[in-house]
Design a protein around this ligand. Sequence first.
Ligand code: SF4
Length: 286
Amino acid sequence: MDIDSIENGIVQLIKKAETELPEDVVKSLEKAYKIEEGVARTQIDAILKNIELAKKSGRPMCQDTGIQTFFVEVGIKFPEILKLKTIIENGVKKATKEIPLRPNTMNPLTNVNHKDNTGLHLPYITWEFVEGDKVTITAFPKGGGSENMSKLGMLKPGVGIEGVKDFVVEEMVKAAGQPCPPTVVGVGIGGGADLSLKLGKKSLLRPVGVRNKDKEIARIEEELIKRINDSGIGPMGLGGKTTVLDVHVEIAHRHPASLPVGIAVQCWADRRAKMIIKSDGSWEVE
Ligand code: SF4
């Protein structure tokens, strides 16, 4: 297996994520442009022009190229499972130089920058093992401005689903323009503290406009979209109809005494790209 080639594939994967927004996000921003007016429309117009420019020039769409985050589905019959972590890390180091990316990984005690977007526990990789012999890697660079608006609520179970919805809306109204709206909000309900946040973040991988398959959860998503957009915060917090492009909700069973709600926020730069590595080492970035 040509490991160098796969590392170069990781560079291409990161480049695609940093320079080209997925179609579903672009379409949703174009839809927002049509319904907005005044300053809100100008903001969406600037975002769309920025996206186009990034794609044409092959340059990152935002100066904050984020923390390199990956969700990896590993087929249990893939022959080089143990090399994948190093391949991703080396790909991140190469991408930092070649694209280039802003070096974003700092030691929290010394503030020393690691300079290559790796470091302790970073890049952040979530592993999932599945049937088969291929590997699917989703790159999900996560900017600091939107990450800072993440919230964990350990709610009292008595507040019920109405309390959960109120918590999400209140937190997004408090966040206002800080996460560079229009945002996509991922909400994880249940599990435990860490699982609710993880579910919220993972839900952001679902394309914009795709509702949860569970009808009741889909209805909650629609209500949250409406209530957050009715706040009038608007694009970049300057007023308007589009504060969120979408809200995704995922649930897990919970302890009787706990009702955790994890909120993960993604900015308009809802960057995602996918790479598939076959068992012979050939790869493709989608
Ligand atoms: S929140 Fe998103 S758009 Fe805003 S600066 Fe960070 S990465 Fe860029």
